[in-house]
Write a protein that binds this ligand. Sequence first.
Ligand SMILES: [Zn+2]
Length: 55
Amino acid sequence: MSKKERGKKRKKMGKGSRSCIRCGTHRGIIRSYGLYMCRRCFRETAEKIGFKKYS
Ligand SMILES: [Zn+2]
């Protein structure tokens, strides 16, 4: 029973596990506004699409 599952690259399309649509990370996903992006990608995209939340 090891909690180390990081090294493996599994491509599992599981339900419930959402990932960033841009970079594919699972950390800091923002589901608000209908976006499924992590915070980093959100910031970049936000500027493009005109979000002015983090300015
Ligand atoms: Zn991302």
